[in-house]
Design a binder for this molecule. Structure first.
Ligand code: SF4
Ligand code: SF4
Length: 448
């Protein structure tokens, strides 16, 4: 794609990077075929190629963003299916990230948007605040239909019926390994700590059982993804910088083989810290080191879980096959290009793995997207749940809490994290979601 940035514009590293990306695009349109918003809305401006043109025009002309441009950029899920499809290697993620920051800095949103976004940024990344908000939402949930704004209704309706007690496993500490093979830091996250404490508990049990000492590093918290996707650059960088400092202190003092992340949306962001801080002389080197050792939990388990696993307790499949429909989170399959590891691990552990049709398509969760764009998100959710339920699985597994909540809100099939199944299959307890009697947000009781 031909671009006309001036030398002065190109002296800004963010513009220089976007220029590189724009020039890689040959406007072939292959990406439109796998873009969920284009499939639903059928508007070129809601396709990757259309958005690329909008961003180019906005940045080149240093234009104050107009409401139409903002609408189409806001409707992008950042699912990155377009990056997987693009034959020219266009790094759409860095381009849309830049566009979101530019919009945040140059566009005055309506007051309701500003308040909503401010609230989300002030609540979601903080587990205690988020937990309190969830309690409030639980009380308000029966009255959600009286709210005038669809986004507020979506927020109340997505609040779980059950809010787990605080898990002390998420506090800074070290969990010794059984037969130590490696030492890893586990990122315990932010929203996940309030929504579902089973995932970190299972991850710690599983990793330590398989030989990884697990440390929860003091000072590490939200990865910054939630604010990053809203274009709130200084806030997201502050979260990221805090993590980099905390993990580097631990790495230099006691050594770390990996930083393990079990929420793939966060993993994609942590793996991008090197890029985020590339022009920061104080943090560039450390950010790159953190990104280099950041691993999705499935990547680490591929090293630890034996391929033929003779010692694995096959209790879960003794009474017949346990059919697991695997939902590939976009951040895992497109953001990190991890496509086969979680399925291979589940098969190693004795599960029968099923894959839904159109598995490349987003479930509509996408961070705060299901709260900010409830209509498009709802259509994507219905489509995803239909394809998963059509497999008649016993269980649905995913590697991202956002997808689990989104899918779990519309199906009677229990939705668990992949690590909960691997933990169960290797001697851990049955995932609580299988016995609890319903997914946290679902109105439908689990049929087991
Ligand atoms: S597939 Fe890649 S090169 Fe083709 S239009 Fe989309 S982003 Fe551009
Ligand atoms: S990130 Fe997803 S929603 Fe956004 S343009 Fe790419 S494919 Fe479409």
């Amino acid at each position: 794609m031909h671009t006309t940035f001036t030398p002065q514009q190109l002296s800004d590293p963010a513009i220089a990077r976007s220029n590189e990306i724009l020039r890689a695009c040959v406007h072939c349109g292959f990406c439109t075929a796998t873009c969920p918003t284009y499939q639903i809305l059928g508007d070129e401006l809601d396709s990757p190629r259309g958005r690329i043109y909008l961003i180019k025009d906005m940045l080149e002309n240093e234009r104050v963003p107009d409401a139409t441009t903002v609408k189409h950029i806001d409707r992008c899920l950042s699912c990155l299916a377009c990056m997987t499809t693009c034959p020219s290697g266009v790094h759409y993620m860095h381009l849309i990230d830049h566009a979101r920051v530019y919009i945040e800095n140059n566009y005055k949103r309506p007051i309701s948007d500003r308040v909503l976004r401010w609230l989300l940024a002030r609540i979601l990344p903080y587990p205690t605040r988020f937990r309190l908000a969830l309690l409030g939402a639980k009380v308000g949930r029966p009255f959600s239909r009286f709210l005038p704004d669809a986004r507020l209704r979506a927020m109340l309706e997505m609040a779980p019926r059950q809010i787990p007690p605080v898990s002390r496993n998420d506090d800074p500490q070290t969990f010794p390994a059984q037969g130590k093979k490696m030492r890893v830091a586990l990122m315990t996250g932010c929203a996940q700590r309030a929504l579902n404490t089973d995932i970190n508990d299972a991850t710690i049990r599983l990793l330590t059982r398989l030989g990884a000492e697990v440390v929860i590093v003091d000072g590490a918290g939200c990865c910054g993804a939630l604010t990053h996707h809203m274009g709130r650059e200084s806030e997201s960088h502050a979260f990221a910088a805090r993590n980099i400092k905390a993990w580097m202190l631990e790495m230099d003092k006691n050594g770390l083989d990996a930083i393990v992340i079990n929420t793939s949306g966060c993993g994609t962001t942590v793996k991008d810290y090197g890029h985020m801080f590339r022009n920061d002389p104080a943090l560039a080197k450390d950010a790159a080191r953190v990104s280099a050792v950041a691993k999705d939990v499935s990547e680490v388990l591929m090293e630890l879980l034996p391929a033929d696993a003779p010692q694995i307790d096959r209790q879960v499949s003794r009474d017949g096959d346990v059919r697991v429909a695997y939902h590939a989170a976009c951040s895992l399959q497109h953001g990190q290009q991890i496509k086969t590891d979680p399925k291979d691990l589940l098969r190693r552990a004795g599960f029968v793995v099923l894959e839904p049709a159109d598995s490349h398509l987003c479930c509509g969760s996408a961070g705060t997207y299901n709260l900010m764009q409830p209509e498009i998100s709802g259509q994507l959710k219905a489509r995803k749940v239909d394809t998963l339920d059509a497999l008649t699985p016993d269980i649905i597994a995913a590697g991202n809490i956002g997808c689990m909540m989104q899918i779990g809100s519309a199906t009677a099939t229990p939705v668990v994290h992949t690590v909960e199944l691997l933990d169960w299959a290797t001697g851990g307890p049955k995932p609580p979601a299988l016995t609890r009697g319903g997914n946290p947000v679902s109105q439908v009781p689990i049929l087991r």
